[in-house]
Design a protein around this ligand. Sequence first.
Ligand SMILES: Nc1ncnc2c1ncn2[C@@H]1O[C@H](COP(=O)(O)OP(=O)(O)OP(=O)(O)O)[C@@H](O)[C@H]1O
Ligand SMILES: [Mg+2]
Length: 256
Amino acid sequence: MTLDSKCLLRHRCKKAGDTGRCNNTCYAFLKLHGESGQGGLWAVSGIPKAYQQSLLKTLPFRQDNPLAFEFVTQYCQDIVANVDKGQGYYFYSVPNDANPKGTGTGKTTAATALLNEYLVARVILHVVRQRPIDDIPALFVNASKYQNAFNAQFRGTRDMQEEASQTYYLLKDRMLTVALLTIDDIGIREATESFKNEFYEVIDTRAVEQLATIYTSNEPIERIAKLLDERIASRIEGATYPVSFKGEDKRRGGMA
Ligand SMILES: Nc1ncnc2c1ncn2[C@@H]1O[C@H](COP(=O)(O)OP(=O)(O)OP(=O)(O)O)[C@@H](O)[C@H]1O
Ligand SMILES: [Mg+2]
């Protein structure tokens, strides 16, 4: 059986679907998906399974959110250069009466499409030996899970705290250095001063180092200043372009 249905490279690969070549001896497949198909760079990128096939070609919101669609399309036209430039986005929702929080409008889908497209582009450059991959190129972090990882350092036995600390600092280190980072769903929870300082450090470092970051949120950036911190909002605003998403909640009805 060929691997093209599982492989994110299929749209860019001449071998896709070729019995005899499209199998787990393919170097590019191994790099991106690992021998099992569940490993490789994709697995360490932390992209949730529901968004595994999220790509430019499959974006569902062309009609409902044409401007957002245009921005994502433009970005993907030269995604490596855009990431290198440090171009980021703030994907947020515009609520309406039927959808008061603006959920299920395609923000995470858009952000994960950019991560997947960037991984594809970097694996191709790696395979043709133009730009070797030394570190994880793309990372998805849910803001609440990041906050939980931080808080876990102060709970439980000493051993538990030490282990949690190691996990947290590995994650933070990746967030500080990865070429393309998505921080999903910011501004949904209250945060302590010490967490706000950590979050600020990550955001500020990425802004100063001109590393590309995609944020998603159900709140416009002005609300982030109130919910989290003026400094956090100002750094995000300075390093990203705001893109709004509207419409009904498309998640209803058993979708992801
Ligand atoms: N305009 C659309 N048409 C059809 N399906 C859509 C549209 N927008 C999003 N979807 C689908 O709706 C589901 C939820 O999308 P997604 O997770 O990207 O929403 P979100 O804006 O991140 O929501 P939340 O604010 O709750 O995080 C996905 O299955 C996605 O494919
Ligand atoms: Mg989302």
